[in-house]
Design a protein around this ligand. Structure first.
Ligand SMILES: Cc1cc2nc3c(=O)[nH]c(=O)nc-3n(C[C@H](O)[C@H](O)[C@H](O)COP(=O)(O)OP(=O)(O)OC[C@H]3O[C@@H](n4cnc5c(N)ncnc54)[C@H](O)[C@@H]3O)c2cc1C
Length: 423
C-alpha cells in the first residue's frame, strides 16, 4: 500500500485525502490548525463552489450542505461606466451549472470531523521547509496543498505563465445579515437566487451572493475588488467589523448609488470574524520542488496556481486539479513517483484546464475587448446566449472560442442554437 503525505487541509488537501483513503492508500494529512480553531477563526474567502465541484464532493459523500444552503441559480452582471451608470445588464441562468456559495470555515471544520470519523490520520503540525525532507523520506509521495501559506514560496514562479508583478486588486469582503439581504427573495427584481456582479470602469468590481455560513445559516457575501487609488479604494483604514460595514456602505454608495438601498440600517456581520481584507499577487508556479537531499514535493491547488478571486475559480480549480492528479495516481505504474511524471501530470492539467482558468481570470481584470463586448451585447439580447456564457464559470475552457478575439467571438455567435433563438 502506497504511503502518501498531504500537507494542508483545505479544498485540495482534504478532497485528495478523502479520495485516496477511499482507494485504500495510506494517507497522512498534516494540518497547521485544529478544526475548532479554524471554525472560530477569521473567514478565509467568499467562495462559490460550482456544479462540477459539488458533484465531486457528492461522489465522496462530502455534500453536507445541499439541503441547508441555497443554490446560486443565476448570475446578473451590471457593466457600469465610471459614474456608476449601467451600460450593459446581463442575467444568465445557471441551470445545471449552478452552485453553492459557502463559508470555507464551515466546510473544512465539518470535513475534518468526517475525516477522523472515517479513520483518517491527522497530524497537527505547521510544516516548515525543514520538515519536508523528513516527510518526503518517509512517504512514497508528498503533496503540498498549503494554499497561500508561506511554505509555498519554495515553489518557483513560472515567468511565462505569470502576468502579474503586483496584486491587481485590493480585496475587502464580509458576510452580512439584515432586512431583505438573505432568504429566498433576497434580491428584489431578480427572478432567482442571483449572484450579483458589478463591473465599474476605473473602480473595480464587487460581488454579492446568497451565502451559507455555520454562524448564521443564510447570509449574504460581499467581495470588493478595488483598483488601487480608484473610487472604491476606501478600505485601507478598516481594522474591525464596524469599520468594514461602514466602508462597504460608502463603497456601494460611491460606485453604485442605485444599490445603496441594499446597505440596510440593521445590516450586521454574520459573526464578528466574518470580514477580511488584503491583497496578493496571482502566480503560476513550477509544480515540483526538489529538496537538497533529492526528496520531491508536488504542489496542488493554490500552492501552484493562485488566481485573483474575480472569476470565482480558486477552489473550483483546486478541485479539478485533485480529480486530475487522482486519476494519474490511480493509473500510475511502478514503485516510485518521478519528478518528470509529476511535471507531466501537471502539464496535462495546465493544457486541458488550468490555462483557461488563469487566462479567463486575467482577462476579467482588464476592460473587455471590442469582441468580448459584442458577445456580452448579444448575451444581453438573447437569453440562450447569456445562459450559455454564464454557465462556463463551471468549466472555464467553455468560454472559448467566445473570448478568443474577433474570429472566436464571431464563430461562437454564429452557433445555430443562438441563431434559432428568439430575443
Ligand atoms: C476573498 C476571496 C474570495 C474567493 N472566492 C472564490 C470563489 O468564489 N470561488 C472559488 O473557487 N475560489 C474562491 N477563492 C479562492 C479559494 O478560497 C482558494 O483558491 C481555495 O481555497 C484554494 O484551495 P487550497 O486547498 O489550495 O488552499 P486552502 O483552501 O487555502 O487550504 C490550505 C490549507 O493549508 C493549511 N496550511 C498552510 N500552510 C500550512 C503548513 N505549513 N502546514 C500545514 N498546513 C498548512 C491552511 O491552514 C489551509 O487549511 C476566493 C478567495 C478569496 C481570498
Amino acid at each position: 500500500m502506497k504511503k502518501i503525505a498531504i500537507i494542508g487541509g483545505g479544498q485540495a488537501g482534504l478532497l485528495m485525502a478523502f479520495a485516496l483513503m477511499e482507494q485504500q492508500y495510506d494517507v497522512n494529512l498534516y494540518i497547521d490548525r485544529q478544526a475548532e480553531e479554524l471554525l472560530h477563526g477569521r473567514m478565509m474567502s467568499t467562495t462559490m463552489f460550482f456544479a462540477d465541484t459539488l458533484a465531486f464532493e457528492r461522489k465522496l459523500g462530502l455534500n453536507f450542505w445541499e439541503s441547508k444552503a441555497q443554490y446560486g441559480e443565476a448570475i446578473h452582471v451590471d457593466f457600469r461606466d465610471p459614474q456608476g451608470n449601467i451600460m450593459l445588464p446581463i442575467t444568465g441562468f445557471l441551470h445545471n451549472n449552478h452552485g453553492i456559495a459557502m463559508d470555507q470555515r464551515s466546510k473544512y471544520h465539518r470535513w475534518l470531523e468526517e475525516y477522523s470519523q472515517r479513520g483518517g490520520k491527522l497530524i497537527l503540525q505547521n510544516v516548515s521547509p525543514e520538515d519536508l525532507a523528513q516527510i518526503a523520506k518517509t512517504h512514497d509521495l508528498t503533496l503540498l496543498a498549503a494554499g497561500k501559506g508561506n511554505i509555498t514560496r519554495l515553489f518557483q514562479r513560472n515567468e511565462a505563465r505569470s502576468v502579474h508583478l503586483t496584486p491587481p486588486r485590493k480585496l475587502a469582503a464580509a458576510l452580512v445579515v439584515g432586512d431583505d439581504l438573505c432568504g429566498p427573495n433576497s434580491w428584489a427584481d431578480q427572478p432567482k437566487q442571483t449572484l450579483h456582479f458589478n463591473f465599474i470602469a476605473g473602480a473595480g468590481e464587487y460581488f454579492s451572493m446568497p451565502f451559507y455560513s455555520h454562524t448564521h445559516g443564510a447570509c449574504r457575501s460581499f467581495l470588493f475588488e478595488c483598483i488601487e487609488h480608484g473610487p472604491m479604494d476606501v478600505f485601507d483604514h478598516v481594522s474591525d467589523g464596524e469599520q468594514m460595514l461602514a466602508a462597504m456602505k460608502k463603497a456601494v454608495s460611491i460606485v453604485t448609488p442605485d444599490q445603496s438601498f441594499r446597505m440596510v440600517d440593521n445590516m450586521e456581520l454574520s459573526d464578528p470574524n466574518a470580514w477580511l481584507k488584503g491583497a496578493f499577487c496571482p502566480e503560476v508556479r513550477d509544480p515540483v520542488v526538489e529538496l537538497a537531499d533529492g526528496g520531491l514535493v508536488w504542489g496542488i491547488g493554490d500552492t501552484v496556481m493562485v488566481n485573483d478571486p474575480i472569476a470565482g475559480q480558486g477552489a473550483n480549480n483546486a478541485t479539478r486539479m485533485v480529480e486530475h492528479y487522482l486519476q494519474a495516481i490511480l493509473t500510475h505504474q511502478g514503485d516510485t513517483y518521478s519528478k518528470e511524471w509529476m511535471q507531466e501530470v501537471f502539464e496535462q492539467f495546465w493544457q486541458q484546464s488550468g490555462r483557461y482558468t488563469t487566462e479567463f481570470t486575467n482577462m476579467l481584470l482588464n476592460p473587455p475587448s471590442e469582441s468580448l463586448l459584442q458577445v456580452l451585447g448579444a448575451a444581453a439580447q438573447k437569453q440562450v446566449i447569456a445562459d450559455d456564457f454564464m454557465g462556463n464559470f463551471n468549466h472555464p475552457q467553455g468560454f472559448w472560442p467566445a473570448v478568443a478575439g474577433a474570429e472566436g467571438a464571431a464563430s461562437y455567435l454564429a452557433r445555430q442554437e443562438f441563431q434559432d433563438a428568439v430575443a
